[in-house]
Ligand binder design. Structure first.
Ligand code: ATP
Length: 304
């Protein structure tokens, strides 16, 4: 199996539930709280590790308990964490998520040490791990570091998968040309392509714009509907797997991790998307992000 390099964020999510969200200046009584390991980079590396990949994670945490917990969780699931940088004087990235009884949420994120996942860190670290074949990267670290990682990967002949989340309004064309696979959801595609994506035609046109900018493949994740693969050869819809969804947090991250795993195993794009759809479907039947990520055997048995 080929090695997957994940470069991205590590966050501790602090989830607080209350019957309703407080208004400005208001205090409400909450019902529950929990700490959950998160950050798109960590979630995707975790998913890949749990699914049996040879995965290595690059990113930064603070010298604190949150950082140690995040690293431990990845390591326990088979991810190489040797190159994650522990930053003195920085706090691990945090997200405070308020959720009401109707599952509406308000989120405040603090980048913390994720802001140190910058070009100097990558310049120092990447040369030690150039034996990877797939780069999997998102946009919760400084954009110039994302672009640098993509440049380096392409120069070294690696395959690049970009999960453009959170999505910028467009990406530089010289970066688009270096992306083999881009995996926006519908709203991310709208921002990236500056095109309405509220219909299937709109989604295809938006994806077509990204292809015309030089991206190799566009895979649009569409929640319970599944995923749409668009390339120069045409497009194909992969129906979502029918499940009783409980919590969709981290579904996109699970999809990306699983997709990378199958491609790194040398499987076709069709096989990789079917596997990713099934893996992500399992993840939505369980609570949490990392806690909901499935093992390989579970995905294979769902696909039978
Ligand atoms: P999130 O931000 O919640 O992590 P996302 O918006 O990035 O997710 P989605 O398109 O919602 O990504 O979901 C990613 C994938 O997860 C889908 O392509 C699909 O394979 C799977 N999925 C999501 N929701 C469901 C569902 N209700 N039933 C089955 N599969 C689902």
């Amino acid at each position: 199996m080929k090695k997957i390099l994940v470069i991205g964020s590590l966050n501790m999510d602090i989830q607080v539930t209350a019957d309703r969200l407080p208004g400005v200046g208001e205090t409400v009584l909450g019902t529950d709280y929990s700490y959950n390991c998160g950050g798109k980079g960590a979630n995707q590396a975790f998913a890949a590790g749990r699914l049996g990949a040879d995965a290595v994670m690059l990113g930064c945490v603070g010298q604190d308990e949150f950082g140690r917990t995040l690293i431990r969780g990845l390591k326990d699931n088979g991810v190489c964490t040797d190159y994650i940088s522990v930053r003195e004087g920085k706090d691990t990235g945090t997200a405070v998520i308020l959720v009401d009884s109707l599952a509406n949420n308000s989120i405040v994120t603090i980048a913390g040490a994720n802001g140190s996942c910058d070009i100097p860190y990558l310049e120092k670290t990447e040369p030690q791990i150039m034996d990877y074949e797939y780069l999997l990267v998102q946009m919760e670290i400084p954009p110039d570091a994302v672009f640098y990682a993509i440049d380096q990967a392409k120069e070294a002949g690696k395959a690049v998968i970009l999960n453009p989340a959170p999505a910028p309004v467009g990406l530089p064309e010289e970066i688009m040309r270096k992306i083999d696979i881009i995996t926006p959801n519908e709203s991310e595609l709208a921002r990236l392509s500056r095109h309405k994506t509220d219909s299937l035609d709109g989604i295809m046109e938006g994806a077509g714009k990204l292809l015309s900018q030089g991206v190799g493949h566009v895979i649009v994740t569409m929640g319970d509907k599944g995923a749409l693969w668009v390339s120069q050869e045409g497009c194909r819809m992969f129906e979502g797997t029918r499940v009783d969804a409980l919590d969709t947090t981290g579904a996109g991250d699970c999809f990306n991790g699983a997709l990378a795993v199958k491609l790194a195993e040398g499987k076709s794009m069709e096989e990789a998307i079917c596997f990713a759809n099934a893996a992500a479907a399992i993840s939505v039947t369980r609570k949490g992000a990392q806690a909901s990520m499935p093992f390989k055997e579970e995905v294979l048995s769902l696909m039978q």
